[in-house]
Design a protein around this ligand. Sequence first.
Ligand code: HPA
Length: 279
Amino acid sequence: MNKKGGIFYKAKRAAMFIRKKTGLNPHFGIILGSGLGNFAGNIEGGKSIPYGKIPHFLKTAVKGHSGRLVTGKLKGIPVAAMQGRFHYYEGHSMGEVAFPVMVFYQLGIKSLIVTNAAGGINPDFSTGDIMLIKDHINLMGANPILNLIQDGITDNFEPFVNMADAYDKGYIAISEEFALKSDIKLKKGVLAAISGPVYETPAEIEMLRRLGADAVCMSTVPEVIMARALNIRVLGVSLITNRAGETVSHNDVLKESDKNINKFSMFLAGIIEAMSNEQ
Ligand code: HPA
């Protein structure tokens, strides 16, 4: 059942609009985090659609998030990239934040690459490090699947989402192999997600460290949960932009993302090519 006006119905309409505009059947969905939107410059023949033009899409008002969907080919592979994402802290519901993943699903995407800027907690991590997400701790206080059962469910949607293997081990192995070949130092860790937009106190970071978190962010978890509910394979990549719990501003985060965008883009493009051989 797909309730008219429900979130699944809206996602179908949004996907129909995107397909009509672009004529593309993307294989990969990519969500670009704070200051990482310039990766979309690598997409060739890219058609970019402002979020405001896509039916039922929200707008993003956060600096460092352009608010465009860029579709085209990356090393010959059809992709759709979100240049900027929606955040829970902007006042959207978790379901709304994860809505683009439903649209990706309706576009036929089988794999999602989700990226973010994150504060480093693990003492072995340095600013500028790339971290593969191996697991997460959802401390956002909500979940994107809440209430969806009432909204009408597609055949493939599983509300009791299995999160035991949310971050695809095969994709992690491919990424590690690519990093080794390309001489990119790669970290791997557990990502904690808080609602934000407030950064954490040192005491909160000590708590997160004791809980087993290696890095912390204000995003990603809603989209990953939605992807897993729809059986989309997920790879998560964080750029460590600062030491969590130490003085930082959003501008500092954006500056650090910008500083590392070439390395980050090279890594992302490389792993997408490697992953596409496995898809
Ligand atoms: N905390 C939470 N989210 C973040 C941080 C941080 O230190 N840096 C980038 N995103």
